[in-house]
Structures are given as structure tokens and as C-alpha cells.
Design a protein around this ligand. Structure first.
Ligand code: TXE
Length: 458
């Protein structure tokens, strides 16, 4: 049994009350985590540590990011093991997708600091100097689907820009964040700069958001929770970044190269058991190629190996959407029921026959479930893709018209003839109910800092 502790001011601390952490592959208890009720101690620690960390040079902070990347690299198989245990994802996915990306997150921002230009604007009689100052103490609230990947995606730029941090990982997947704190301790990372608190979102999570000494909040999670976070942060004028849910379309036009589109669309639908906000869970296929597409698509779906979904509750939510699909007139072509004796497994599930505006086709299910729809023209495909409250991502598969269709999709990110092909310099984030703000490259650096103008007369 793993015992997870809070990490505050460089020391590991327990709480009297604990929460059980259940492994989704077995349904058994794998760890105990502290049920922290308030984040006051961690926020005070971060506030104290800010005095030193914010005053170090950006080069020194960048060097620390490099050291963290090295230390993660040395312990990558151990980290992949805990990530796989906690999320149920196959160990190769944990290693090659999750932990690999954690290392890249730190390395990328460690090297990217040289891109920050010291802006100067000349006037006839004066010069404006724009400085980038840290925000202060920032809150990082992260979900369970890509636990360390998403935490480090926020942590690296926050540290680079001179902020100190209070982080709260999901109570469903606390293990890799705890392991990261052990790494920070081992490499003698300055105490109090990163503080990690564990517990329920509505308890310790909310106490972080509400605290007057938190200067900025970077949140990734569900749209409903994002609404609560925004309603607390807005009247306090806290800087806020929200990466929320998605209901993304994979659009296969009649001129698509099916030999790349089909495996691409299968991966987009089912990677991480469909539990990535970028997953393409609505598949729109041109009617003229539907039969040819489906003949190859279903066998590839059945061959795609996935892990469980994250929890009993989440499995019930996904299964209830499959029941709803049947009530809405859908036909289950493959999958559709819980599988296995233990754990929370649902095989890849494909549903046809639903109206494009049905609930199952427009609401986020966040599991291994895709719906298939046909269309007759590019305009119709675009209209279906845009007919959802979300606007995060999507993909278009076409030899000729990918860019033209992509431009008309209401979403923050679109891939053409690929999916989840990431350049860490580009903006990441959604429109509509998928969120607020952008992460990535200079957008992350801007979020975690504030520009100050000093105008000096000649
Ligand atoms: O996430 P929550 P949940 C979607 C997906 C999923 C749904 C709900 O559709 O089914 O959201 O998932 C913390 N104040 N995504 O309920 O609750 C919480 O402890 C402060 C999409 O598991 O949003 C966790 O650390 N914090 C998403 C984090 O918020 C609070 C990934 C996210 O959990 C809080 C996950 C509060 N009041 C789910 N309440 C994506 N965009 O990738 C909760 N938290």
C-alpha cells in the first residue's frame, strides 16, 4: 500500500483523515492519500519561497528545469509504473506518451526562455521598456486522464517565469505527483517553491481557488468544474486559464487517403480509452465512402488495445451514455458493455444511427465510445462539427481540401491528415465551452507573468 503525503515547504506531511486510491485495472485499493481540508499552510509556504525564487535569474530557473528533466529521465520506468498503476493505462503508453512528455515539458521550457524578447518601444523623446514579472503564487489544478503530463505542462512554465506553486492533482490519480515531489526533494530543489496538496476538489481544491494570496489559477478538468472555478475567481480578479472538455469531430472527406485516415481516426477515438480532451469521438464520413470506410474501420477498432476507464463512477457514466444512445435510436456495432471480472473495462464501442444533434453525439462522454455520422457535402460536415457547445479540437482527412474545411471549424486546434501531432511552441486551448486562454510556448510564458512597462524620458 502506497502512502501519499502532502509536500509543503519541502517536507512530507500526513493528514489524520485519508482517501482511498483505487486502481482501475483491479478495482482494489492501491494507496491512501491525505484528505486535506484547506491549503493555508501550502499557500503560506509558497508565499515565503516567492521572495527568493522570483529574484533568481531566469537562466538559473531554466537550469533547474533542466535538472528536473534529467532526474525524471533517470527514473522514468519507476514513474511510468506508478502512472500505469494509478490510471490503468498500458505501461508502454505511460512510458512513451505520459512520462516522455513530462521530460519534454521541462526540457522545452528550459530551452525556450531564450525566446523571451526584452521588448523596447522607442518614441521620439523616450523609450518604453517592457519587463515580465512573475504573477506570484499560482494554483495548478489538474485532472486524472494524463496526470503528470498535464501537471508538468503547467509547472515548467510557472517555475520558469519565477512563480511559486500550490498544485492539487486529481484525487483519483495522486501517485505520480507524489513521486515528482520525492524527485524534487532528492535533487534538493529549493524548498517551498513547489507545494503539493492532496484531497477532494470541492474541499482543498476550492480552498486554493478561494484564497486571496493565490494570484493566478491554471485549471484543466471538466466544464462544470471550470464554471465553479470561474465563478469564484472572477470577482476576485484572479488571472485564469481554463482547459475544459471537448466533443471533437474527425471528418473524413470523399478524397481522403483511407490507408492513413482509418488508423488515425481509430487512434483519435480510443487512445487512453478515449479519455483525452482532444479525442475525436464523433466521426463524420462522406456518404460515398461510408461502406469502404466501415469495412476496415471496425476490425481496426476491435484490434486497438486499451486500458480501463478511470473509476467505477466514470464507468457507470460511460455505460449510461451507451444506454441513452440505444434510447436515442442508436445501433451498437461493437463493444457496448462492461468487460472482465475486475476493474473498470469497457471495450472500444462504435455507435451508428444517431442524429448528429442527439445528446450522445453532442455531449462529452470521455470514454471509449464514438458515434458515426454521414454527410453529403463539406458544408454539411462543417455544420455538424460546429453543432456542439464545445470547441476544442478536431481532425480533417483529405488529399485536397483539408485546410479549407479546417478553417471553418469552430475550435482551438485542428489537425489535417494527422492527430495529436504536437509542437510545444503553438497555442493549445479551446473556444466556446472548451475553455478560456491558451497554453503552450509564449502563451504559457505570458499567462504565468505580467508585463510591466517602464517609460524613460531621454
Ligand atoms: O473532473 P473535475 P471529473 C471531463 C470529463 C469528465 C468530467 C468530470 O467529461 O467526465 O470532466 O470529470 C478538481 N474547486 N474531463 O469530475 O472534477 C478535481 O479534484 C477546485 C475533461 O473527474 O473537473 C481535479 O483535481 N478544484 C478533462 C480537477 O478539479 C476542483 C479531464 C479536475 O476534476 C473542484 C478530466 C472545485 N470545486 C475530466 N472540483 C480534460 N479537459 O481533459 C473538482 N476539482
Amino acid at each position: 500500500m502506497i502512502i501519499v503525503q502532502n509536500y509543503i515547504a519541502g517536507s512530507f506531511e500526513t493528514e489524520i483523515e485519508t482517501i482511498d486510491d483505487i486502481g482501475p485495472a483491479t478495482g482494489e485499493k492501491i494507496a491512501k492519500i491525505p484528505r486535506t481540508l484547506d491549503a493555508n499552510a501550502s499557500i503560506s509556504a509558497a508565499k515565503e519561497a516567492k521572495k527568493d525564487w522570483a529574484n533568481r535569474t531566469i537562466e538559473e530557473r531554466a537550469q533547474w528545469l533542466g535538472k528536473i528533466a534529467d532526474a525524471i529521465e533517470q527514473r522514468k520506468s519507476e514513474l511510468a509504473k506508478v502512472e500505469s498503476l494509478d490510471t490503468g493505462k498500458p505501461i508502454e503508453v505511460a512510458l512513451n506518451v505520459d512520462i516522455d512528455r513530462c521530460i519534454k515539458n521541462f526540457r522545452f521550457f528550459s530551452e525556450y526562455h531564450t525566446h523571451i524578447s526584452e521588448n523596447e518601444y522607442r518614441m521620439d523623446d523616450a523609450t518604453n521598456f517592457i519587463l515580465r514579472k512573475p504573477m506570484g503564487v499560482v494554483a495548478l489544478i489538474t485532472p486524472w486522464n494524463l496526470p503528470l503530463y498535464l501537471l508538468t505542462w503547467k509547472l515548467a512554465p510557472a517555475l520558469l517565469m519565477g512563480n511559486t506553486v500550490v498544485a492539487k492533482p486529481s484525487e483519483l490519480t495522486p501517485l505520480s505527483a507524489h513521486a515528482l515531489c520525492q524527485i524534487l526533494e532528492d535533487i534538493q530543489f529549493p524548498k517551498g517553491v513547489v507545494n503539493m496538496v492532496h484531497g477532494f476538489g470541492h474541499e482543498v481544491g476550492q480552498s486554493i481557488i478561494e484564497h486571496p494570496d493565490i494570484d493566478a489559477i491554471s485549471f484543466t478538468g471538466g466544464t462544470q468544474t471550470g464554471r465553479i472555478v470561474a465563478s469564484i475567481a472572477a470577482p476576485m480578479f484572479k488571472k485564469l486559464s481554463l482547459e475544459l472538455g471537448g466533443k471533437n469531430s474527425s471528418i473524413i472527406l470523399d478524397d481522403a487517403d483511407l490507408s492513413i485516415a482509418i488508423p488515425g481516426v481509430v487512434r483519435a477515438g480510443f487512445l487512453n480509452s478515449g479519455q483525452i480532451c482532444l479525442c475525436g469521438s464523433r466521426i463524420l464520413v462522406h456518404a460515398s465512402i461510408y461502406d469502404e470506410f466501415m469495412k476496415e474501420f471496425i476490425p481496426q477498432v476491435n484490434n486497438f488495445s486499451i486500458g480501463p476507464v478511470i473509476s467505477e463512477n466514470h464507468m457507470q457514466k460511460v455505460l449510461s451514455y451507451i444506454e441513452l444512445a440505444k434510447e436515442e435510436g442508436g445501433e451498437i456495432l461493437t463493444g457496448g458493455e462492461q468487460s472482465g471480472e475486475n476493474g473498470f473495462f469497457i471495450p472500444p464501442t462504435v455507435i451508428t444511427g444517431l442524429e448528429p444533434d442527439s445528446r450522445c453525439s453532442t455531449e462529452e462522454i470521455f470514454g471509449p465510445v464514438v458515434t458515426i455520422h454521414t454527410f453529403q457535402s463539406d458544408e454539411e460536415a462543417i455544420a455538424i462539427a460546429n453543432n456542439t457547445d464545445y470547441g476544442l479540437a478536431g481532425s480533417v482527412w483529405s488529399k485536397q481540401r483539408g485546410m479549407a474545411v479546417a478553417e471553418k471549424i469552430e475550435s482551438g486546434m485542428i489537425w489535417v491528415n494527422t492527430w495529436l501531432h504536437r509542437d510545444l511552441r503553438v497555442p493549445f486551448g479551446g473556444v466556446k465551452d472548451s475553455g478560456l486562454g491558451r497554453e503552450g510556448g509564449r502563451w504559457s510564458l505570458e499567462f504565468f507573468s505580467q508585463p510591466i512597462n517602464i517609460c524613460v524620458m531621454d
